[in-house]
Design a binder for this molecule. Structure first.
Ligand code: AKG
Ligand code: FE2
Length: 373
């Protein structure tokens, strides 16, 4: 069979027929990466958007590079064509917005809005302008215990969470591949004795008359592993801190925003960092935000992957002949202990949390922490 190579063949057809992509496509891939490099040099990079579907095409390599770049330099990226159907996302959005109107809006007005800005002229530092409830999916679901949820909403959120769980595990393996860790390493590292903790924080950020006085959500890094966010496609507000500047995470229809939590910073020995982010309240429009947290199990023992520590040491010795160990040393601890500490220190820098866990490390019994899945 003769296959004609043109730029118009679907990209995965090249793979299927074991053909080299035409020069035009190869050049396009190179251009993509070189373009990001140039943008970085000029401090003009744009927020990374990754088309996950391209993993099944000739562009797998460049897509993996983009994920790597996003993990190393942003701690955040936005996924399109991630495998969760648009129809399901539309249902989640519609039912979340209806639920907010029906069961949450009045409560927000009474509990937050009426108190927060009463006669206040200075910035409020201990409150957020958000309306929130939590769903837990793993290790056991609490969905049936949450009051005020309609049956169809419960059902749709369950299906959505199942899709996100699969996506999280797929992403963890992509991270393993980029980090040179064996497939399944991160999933196992999160597993503990009962598997990962997985939950969803459903939030709405209502319009705020004085956004200069109160944040939608104050700046923080996330404590856990991988965070998957379905955010409003019209009302913006999420920002991350990059090179000392707050950068908007652009709303985009049917996308899922991913960010990395403190545990991934520890396990990767700082190769990937959790990044500060915050939500700015808006004067117009209510912003929907559905953040799902794929975290270690409560008794999982978290510590830097030995191969990444060894690698880091090699890199250090290569650049630092004086052998001054300038590298950060991360602690080893039980995830639940970290969460207890985080509860009181969420809106502070992560470094003192890591330091505090080092002091606690001596009390951890360090038998083989990784349970085989
Ligand atoms: O609402 C958002 O976009 C982000 C929420 C968030 O950062 C969090 O709940 O940790
Ligand atoms: Fe967060």
């Amino acid at each position: 069979m003769q296959v004609i190579q043109t730029l118009f063949l679907p990209l995965n057809a090249y793979k299927l027929h074991q053909l080299d992509p035409p020069l035009g496509i190869r050049k396009e891939i190179k251009r993509d990466l070189a373009g990001r490099e140039r943008e970085r040099e000029r401090g003009m990079e744009s927020f990374p958007v990754i088309n996950l579907e391209k993993l099944d095409s000739e562009e797998r390599g460049v897509t993996m590079e983009l994920i790597k770049d996003a993990c190393e330099n942003w701690g955040f990226f936005e996924l399109v064509n991630h495998g969760i159907s648009h129809e399901l996302m539309d249902k989640v959005e519609k039912l979340t917005k209806e639920h907010y109107k029906k069961s949450m809006e009045q409560r927000f007005k009474e509990l937050v809005a009426s108190k927060a800005l009463e006669g206040v002229e200075t910035e409020i530092n201990d409150m957020d302008w958000e309306s929130t409830f939590y769903l837990r999916h793993l290790p056991t679901s609490n969905m049936s215990e949450i009051p005020d949820l309609e049956d169809d909403y419960r059902k749709v959120m369950k299906e959505f969470a199942e899709g996100l769980e699969k996506l999280a595990e797929q992403l963890l393996d992509l991270l393993c591949e980029n980090l040179g860790l064996e497939k399944g390493y991160l999933k196992k590292a999160f597993y503990g004795s009962k598997g990962p903790t997985f939950g969803t924080k459903v939030s709405n950020y209502p319009p705020c008359p004085r956004p200069e006085l109160i944040k939608g959500l104050r700046a923080h890094t996330d404590a856990g592993g991988l965070i998957l966010l379905f955010q409003d496609d019209k009302v913006s507000g999420l920002q991350l801190l990059k090179d000392g500047q707050w950068v908007d995470v652009p709303p985009m229809c049917h996308s899922i925003v991913i960010n990395l939590g403190d545990q991934l910073e520890v396990i990767t020995n700082g190769k990937y960092k959790s990044v500060m982010h915050r939500v700015i309240a808006q004067t117009d429009g209510t912003r929907m935000s559905i953040a799902s947290f794929y975290n270690p199990g409560s008794d999982a023992v978290i510590y830097p992957a030995p191969t990444l520590v060894a690698k880091n040491k090699e890199d250090q010795t290569a650049v630092d002949s004086d052998d001054q160990l300038s590298q950060v040393v991360y602690p080893k601890f039980v995830f639940e202990d970290y969460m207890k500490l985080y509860a009181g220190l969420k809106f502070q820098a992560k470094e003192p949390r890591f330091e505090a866990m080092k002091t606690m490390a001596s009390t951890v019994t360090l038998s083989d922490p990784i349970v085989t899945v």
